[in-house]
Design a protein around this ligand. Structure first.
Ligand code: FES
Length: 506
């Protein structure tokens, strides 16, 4: 069979990974899966996503020459966030080989002997990275879908499934096997002495890995009974590794605020910052933390499912075929599909843009109602929003905005006192901040919002350099707030449902 003229080969060094991809695929779509982070959110001004060309070139080398000149980069570098793959390409990714923390925050660590593996145990995706503890260098990465997803994309479905002993054991076995598989892949053909494996994840992932009773997580007030870090030896997990390897799943903070958020707090440095800052993870539970080095309040909101596509008619997660951005060009709708292929559905970042575009076009009013039932909210020929989708979006954005307001109120501050909002999570990397602000999802000035990338993984890497997995000192400053129990929640929530920044023309 001849070569498909629409396909090209991408080789990624230093990992030696090869992929066949569609011509025209943005490099960002692919590299994100390997844990490459985009410090300025892919806007082309930080240079943090630079890659070195070893063979072939990306689309429009002339544009890149100008960018390189502005950023002082050598001519053989390209910014991944600005690159499209148009021919066979071999790249070297400096970020993967030399730097532990991809944003501009300096992470100081005490070098140690041996090697460590940091794992972000996400509801949808698992990412594991092998780190040289003597210098913080990243040696290899493995990613996989969370195999539990077949028992429900939504985390509550998994909790329901794990309520029986059989279900609990099955989900435990699946996640343990998959993570072991990633570890074996990372260690294959390498002569390294593994010292520890540190996992972070939300409270449900923590419980499912540990085979713990999830019943308290299935009902109000959703408070876990087990709030300790889980420590294992390899033989306890049936993992064929030297018995001296320490294996830790880091403890959650509270109900639905897991160690992934704790990892985000330390990755953002908000636990050391005297100014008021906030961390928002738009992943499954829509967690929010607001505070400074002395006091932090955290909460989880019901924002996640809509942004992850779970309750949206044509919703899907941010993978090939998902519309990830939508914009208006002279009142004409334009959109981008991940993987440069036919649109199959829409993911969270696309949903945010689509709602903003339909508000802009006057097809939705400021209360969220579809103005004309006869005029469907079409994005591509087969992907559209329904009135119910818009309502789901409103519920999610109101939950997020109300949660933030309540936490700020509890600190006796106002939203304008916030000096920085860090957006965590993979999905956060792709969102359009202008729309986030205009839609009232995050009510602080756009310039104060910084995308952190996979902060859970960054924090997990930092945790490889500690021995204190109880964090009593930091945890004593973090207070978990149950939003449902707050007497003002309903009023604030209803108020935040509106799109005040859009006035629909009649
Ligand atoms: S230049 Fe900042 S992410 Fe690409």
């Amino acid at each position: 069979m001849g070569k498909d003229s629409n396909k090209v080969k991408l080789r990624i060094e230093p990992m030696g990974k090869e992929r066949i991809v569609n011509k025209g695929t943005p490099l960002k779509d692919i590299l994100f899966e390997y844990g490459v982070e985009f410090p300025c959110g892919g806007q082309g001004y930080c240079g943090g996503c630079r890659v070195k060309l070893l063979a072939g070139d990306v689309k429009d080398p002339e544009k890149h020459k100008e960018l390189n000149y502005k950023l002082g980069l050598e001519p053989n570098y390209r910014l991944a966030c600005q690159s499209e793959i148009v021919e066979d390409l071999t790249l070297e990714i400096p970020q993967l080989e030399s730097i532990i923390l991809a944003d501009s925050t300096e992470f100081k660590f005490e070098p140690r002997e041996g090697f460590g593996i940091a794992v972000d145990v996400g509801t949808t995706t698992l990412v594991a990275q092998l780190i040289d503890l003597s210098n913080g260098k990243l040696l290899d990465i493995r990613t996989a879908r969370n195999p539990q997803a077949r028992f429900g994309a939504d985390i509550m479905n998994r909790v329901q499934y794990a309520l029986t002993e059989k279900g609990r054991n099955q989900l435990m076995r699946l996640i343990r096997e998959k993570i072991y598989h990633l570890i074996v892949g990372l260690l294959r053909d390498k002569d390294v002495e593994l010292k520890k494996v540190v996992m972070v994840g939300n409270t449900v992932m923590h419980h499912l890995f540990g085979g713990l009773d999830v019943e308290p997580l299935a009902m109000f007030p959703f408070e876990p009974e087990h709030k300790e870090s889980l420590h294992y030896t390899p033989s306890e997990l049936g993992w064929n590794l030297p018995e001296s390897v320490q294996i830790i799943f880091v403890r959650p903070i509270g109900g639905f605020v897991g160690s992934d958020i704790y990892a985000g707090i330390i990755a953002s440095g908000m636990d050391k910052n005297p100014n008021l800052t906030a961390l928002i993870d738009l992943g499954t539970n829509g967690e929010i933390v607001v505070g400074n080095k002395d006091k932090m309040f955290c909460a989880s909101t019901a924002a996640g499912p809509a942004f992850e596509g779970a309750v949206i008619h044509k919703g899907m997660s941010a993978m090939s075929g998902a519309i990830s951005s939508v914009s208006l060009n002279n009142s004409h709708i334009e959109y981008h599909v991940i993987g440069n292929q036919k649109a199959l559905g829409i993911c969270g970042s696309g949903l945010i843009d689509a709602v903003a575009v339909f508000l802009e076009k006057g097809l939705i009013d400021a209360g969220g109602a579809q103005v004309n039932d006869e005029q469907p909210l079409m994005i591509s020929e087969n992907v559209y929003l329904t009135q119910k989708d818009v309502r789901e979006f409103q519920l999610a954005k109101a939950a997020l905005a109300a949660g933030m307001q309540i936490l700020v109120n509890k600190l006796g501050k106002s939203l304008t006192d916030i000096t920085r909002v860090y957006i965590a999570g993979g999905f956060g990397n792709f969102i359009n901040l202008e729309n986030v602000k205009k839609l009232g999802m995050i009510e602080v000035c756009e310039y104060k919002i910084l995308k952190l990338g996979n902060s859970a993984l960054i924090g997990a890497k930092m945790l490889l350099f500690t021995d204190d997995y109880d964090f009593e000192n930091t945890l004593s400053k973090i207070e978990h707030v149950s939003l449902d129990a707050n007497v003002n929640f309903q009023d604030i929530f209803v108020e935040k449902m509106f799109f005040h920044n859009f006035i629909t023309e009649k």
